[in-house]
Design a protein around this ligand. Structure first.
Ligand code: SIN
Ligand code: FE
Length: 265
């Protein structure tokens, strides 16, 4: 995973108690939010348009999924335990194919994850996905070139990060914590790749269909990915300290520092 691969579990299924009931409806999602999010630390559910019954079912499913996902990561990667944050989980009940987004929000375009409101200052974004589609439909991803190749193409045109902008954003509360030089570069990398129609049309990728009842884990700040079709998936986000990695030199932070010959934290 640290080398930019996707770890795929064909038979790791998350089976909600409520198999084909109220949870499998695209009407559950507030269209503006697109995903329903769950904070395991507070138990708070966001982005759901649900009555009390549905809400309590959703809560139960998300709570169980978040706990199971944490256990899987701790079992598979015990070395991450010392630098792991169990962040939000999400439920994605909307069909991806055919949905229109603004370009930068469109995850049907190849990108590496970088969130404008949540700077990581180099910490890794590790995500576990599980396809729980009740009618057996796969979730289809495109997986692109290695991070280094993407960075080589775009880095020369990204410009130098500005530190005063970062402090200003944090001061006005636009970001959760300071946006570092690393965060600025990662956001520009995300945006430039999505905006570049020529790149999107010509860069090679592999298509992979994750079957219903399968799960996969990868560092989405490193794996160039696009989700092009599918409905009903669960996702759990973790942040991992670079120092907790087996090979910190493979992190986007260290890669970009080597390429720019400067410290980015
Ligand atoms: C993404 O992270 O780009 C979306 C992944 C998905 O929903 O399958
Ligand atoms: Fe993404």
């Amino acid at each position: 995973m640290e080398q930019g691969k996707v770890l795929y579990f064909p038979n790791l299924a998350f089976i909600p108690e409520e198999k084909c009931g109220v949870l499998f409806s695209s009407r559950l999602a507030d269209r503006k939010a697109k995903n329903i999010s769950f904070n395991p630390a507070t138990g708070l559910l966001k982005g759901a348009l649900a009555g009390d019954h549905e809400r309590s079912r959703l809560h139960k499913m998300m709570d169980a999924f978040a706990a199971a996902a944490l256990q899987i990561i701790l079992d598979l990667c015990p070395r991450y335990a010392s630098g792991l944050e169990h962040a939000r989980a999400s439920y994605r009940p909307l069909e991806i194919a055919g949905r229109e987004y603004t370009r930068l929000k469109d995850d049907k375009l190849l990108h590496v994850d970088a969130f404008p409101s949540t700077p990581t200052r180099g910490r890794r974004i590790l995500r576990l996905f599980s396809n729980i589609n009740p009618s057996g439909r796969p979730r289809i991803w495109h997986i692109g070139e290695p991070f280094e190749s993407l960075a080589e193409k775009f880095l020369p045109s990204l410009g130098r990060p500005i530190s005063s902008a970062a402090y200003l954003l944090a001061a006005v509360g636009a970001t959760r914590g300071r946006r570092s030089a690393y965060d600025q570069l990662m956001l520009r990398l995300h945006n430039s790749a999505k905006r570049d129609a020529v790149y999107q049309a010509n860069t090679p990728y592999e298509e992979f269909a994750f079957p219903a009842g399968s799960s996969w884990i990868c560092f989405t700040d490193q794996v160039l990915h696009a989700a092009v079709a599918g409905q009903y998936a669960l996702e759990q986000t973790f942040y991992v300290d670079v120092e907790a990695m087996a090979g910190p030199k493979n992190s986007p932070l260290r890669i970009l520092e080597r390429m720019t010959k400067r410290s980015l934290s």
